[in-house]
Design a protein around this ligand. Structure first.
Ligand SMILES: [Zn+2]
Length: 82
């Protein structure tokens, strides 16, 4: 979280700028590696990992095939030529 009180009180624009530039990033922000690899967008939907290609797909794009949850792409490959 940005330390707003420190940057806004008693500093002119230039001082604020150099404060922001000189402070180590982890001083200014509570910076953490996300413990997930998904894009945020995908997390808005109920995403399910395809058991074939390991890609995440939204729930409505997942099909069951032999009891495995697979994405539409993989499903189409399975069903191709059948
Ligand atoms: Zn797949």
């Amino acid at each position: 979280m940005l330390k707003r009180s420190l940057t806004q009180e008693g500093m002119d624009k230039e001082q604020k700028m150099s404060y922001v530039l000189n402070e180590p990033l982890n001083e200014l922000f509570d910076y953490k590696e996300p413990d997930y690899e998904l894009p945020v967008k995908a997390r808005l939907f109920n995403s399910i990992a395809c058991e074939q290609c390991r890609e995440f797909a939204s729930e409505h794009k997942i099909r069951l095939h032999d009891g495995k949850k697979i994405c539409l792409d993989c499903f189409n490959e399975y069903s191709r030529g059948w």
